[in-house]
Design a protein around this ligand. Structure first.
Ligand SMILES: N[C@@H](CCC(=O)N[C@@H](CS)C(=O)NCC(=O)O)C(=O)O
Length: 446
């Protein structure tokens, strides 16, 4: 199926449809897997494709290593759950990974970070192509995370609620040695209950606040969100994790919202009673998880910030991406070990991520060498030693040769030290070298 179509808003509800808007001559897709109704209330659509991949050789989609490709945006909290679970369970070689550009266009999520703008395994430029291969006349939203059957090129599922659970329960034959049990049978009732409340008030609650189009709907979402966060703050003051004494699915689902809280939800979605960093237990809990192998390497604040602030033009028409907040606090000690707990239960920490899947350039100790390109969207670190360097995204060249900006996570990082063969971005961050936004002065077009 060709990708020369513009996917429409969902037809099943008579809501205000999301729009395609034009910015600097280029169309930008406003997300349309959700809508705001006539009363101004935000609604999230159900995932249309809810097939499951099962540990059953006779299933329509049987578990089979190498057969499926997981497609994510690093910006997306629902997709990031999959990244964390896949990493903790060691399913990286069983289920390959495609990463989209954080900015959608009118055809939705695209593979513009890959050479030639095409996913190297699926051979498509847009994840929408896999949706249409599955259902040619599909008119609904195109969302990530998505799992695609590689041989047929068809989408299997975009049901983010079930996907992570199936990695835990159906893919057990391919879990790494030492994989933790993220959805232990004895604790499922408690996990499910917490996950549901966290979904309503927190995961989806921030969207309900951010996309509310009426004051009362916003007020309600905001109130429910902070009431829930207050309760979580209390719960987590005395226990290291949400359920039991190990990391479970419940923690992963809360984490992917918390890690975005100060960077995007606090400002962009108006969830601003306080920042996460002003809630001591939750902030320490989030840092604890963030610093845990398998979590930290999935976080890309650059993708997160650019996606939210640049795609939701209905709530941020200027598309300006704020410079703040200061994200260096994520790397500070959290002290949560004192609460005990065994992060991986009887299991062990995952090994470092496979090549190309270490997405967090702010992780302490993470180094980039001149000429190295080890993450999607980063083609090279160029320029002469002693000059400013530039990381180039999406196959574009630095405008005007060696550009005065090192463009990376949380926006550009200006580096002017000599000959940094081995730049430690942890140091760069703590040295407070964050400077002007990408498109101030240097019109970089990603
Ligand atoms: N598939 C789910 C949730 C996943 C989701 O909302 N993903 C967002 C990114 S965080 C997305 O892909 N939105 C794109 C769109 O709707 O056009 C749904 O349909 O509600």
């Amino acid at each position: 199926m060709s990708s020369d179509r513009t996917h429409a808003g969902r037809e099943d509800l008579d809501f205000r449809k999301s729009d395609v808007v034009f910015y600097n001559g280029g169309p930008i897709m406003v997300e349309n897997n959700h809508s705001t109704d006539a009363s101004g209330e935000f609604h999230r659509s159900r995932s249309h494709f809810d097939d499951r991949i099962l540990a059953d050789a006779d299933a329509r989609w049987p578990v089979e290593p190498g057969r499926y490709r997981l497609v994510v945006s690093l910006a997306c909290p629902w997709a990031s759950r999959m990244l964390v679970v896949r990493r903790l369970l060691g399913l990286e070689s069983a289920i390959s990974l495609g990463v989209t550009d954080p900015i959608q266009d009118e055809r939705s999520w695209r593979f513009t970070l890959d050479p030639g703008g095409v996913d190297p395994v699926l051979g498509i430029g847009f994840i929408g192509d896999a949706y249409y291969a599955r259902e040619a006349d599909y008119t609904g939203g195109i969302s990530v995370p998505a799992i695609v059957d590689i041989p047929s090129g068809r989408l299997v599922t975009n049901d983010y609620l079930q996907m992570t659970l199936d990695l835990s329960t159906q893919w057990t034959a391919y879990h790494r040695e030492g994989a933790p049990d993220l959805y232990p049978e004895h604790a499922r009732a408690e996990i499910d209950e917490i996950v549901e409340a966290v979904f309503q008030d927190v995961n989806n609650g921030v969207y309900r606040a951010g996309f509310a189009a009426a004051q009362d709907k916003y007020d309600r979402a905001y109130t429910a969100l902070f009431e829930r966060l207050d309760r979580l703050e209390e719960r987590l003051a005395t226990r290291r994790y949400l359920v039991g004494d190990t990391i479970t699915e419940a923690d992963i689902r809360l984490f992917t919202t918390l890690v975005r809280f100060d960077a995007v939800y606090h400002g962009h979605f108006k969830c601003n009673r306080n920042k996460l960093s002003e809630m001591p237990a939750l902030w320490a809990y989030a840092r604890d998880l963030y610093q845990t192998p398998g979590f930290t390497d999935t976080v890309d604040f650059d993708h997160i910030k650019r996606h939210y602030y640049q795609v939701h033009t209905d709530i941020n028409p200027t598309r300006i991406v704020p410079l703040g907040p200061d994200l260096s606090g994520w790397n500070t000690p959290h002290g949560r070990e004192e609460l005990g707990g065994r992060p991986f239960g009887d299991g062990t920490a995952p090994p470092p991520p496979p090549t190309g899947e270490d997405f967090n350039v702010l992780r302490p100790g993470r180094a980039l060498s001149v000429g190295e390109s080890d993450r999607p969207g980063v083609d090279a670190v160029g320029g002469d030693p002693g000059q400013f360097q530039c990381v180039v995204h999406g196959g574009q060249e630095c405008p005007g040769g060696p550009a005065p900006a090192f463009v990376d996570s949380v926006g550009p990082v200006l580096l002017d030290q000599a000959g940094f063969d081995n730049v430690d971005l942890g140091d760069v961050l703590s040295a407070r070298d964050l400077v002007a936004p990408v498109n101030q002065g240097v019109p970089m077009d990603f």
